[in-house]
Design a protein around this ligand. Sequence first.
Ligand code: ZN
Length: 306
Amino acid sequence: MDFNEGAQLDTSQVSDQRSGGGGMGGLGGIAVGGGGLGIVGLLVVLLFNVLGGGGSGSGASGLNNILNGSSNGAVGADNTELKNECKTGADANKDETCANVAVINSVQAFWAQYFAGSGKKYTQAKTVFFRGSTSTGCGQATTAVGPFYCPADKFVYIDLGFYDDLRNQLGAKGGRFAEAYVLAHEYGHHIQDLIGTIAKVDASGDREGPTSQSVRLELQADCFAGVWAHGASGPGKLINNITQTDIADGLDAASAVGDDRIQQESQGKVNQETWTHGSSAQRQKWFTAGYQGGRIESCDTFSGGI
Ligand SMILES: [Zn+2]
């Protein structure tokens, strides 16, 4: 994957809080006990604790944070460095952080155009770059949670150090497109939020198990990442090309964050009844379905077998 050298990057789609040092510490009870390896595996715990509202202390504190106005993703942001360093596609080709900005720009440009094609309006979501811990509309979060989308404030959150964990702890090969897959998956959740799927899944209360609504939601986010990859590159776009090697890196990352693989590595056994995201094979399958089909309709993970 390489970026169009002359294309302008839009750093306003990122809220850079890396120097702010959240410093509040702790997860507020949200994700501790989720089992060591943070990552996407804990996203839904976080997401559903907040959305569920009932009985969960973290849900209440998330709400309080919103009410206090203290958890807005723009708080503590300083985009000056990002703005100075990440100006064009050429910068994205040289610098990993700028490449992340470029991917965010690409993903949002893609979905804006996709929505426009069916007469709908896409609402942008910013990504918050943080380090250590951060206050969010979904409560306090630390790096250990892994990247996540918070429906309450509509931000994607990522500590860019996660990419090291993806390689060193989860055993992924990494690479620029592995990072793109992670971001595109999180924006897949934003799409699901916009089209009402997250609300439906939350209302179902079906949060664990091999064919749970939660797993179906996560696999669809993988599929939406594939839909973006299908349409992301070409003349006039921010990304010049996505190669088969890139797709292989994306599939490798998808495999690394499969529930079965994470459970095997962290607990030494696999328990399907606690799955929230789907197996390695399923995550690869649905990314591929989106990549080959190129349309939201290619991503019906809610009816039939998955
Ligand atoms: Zn997810």
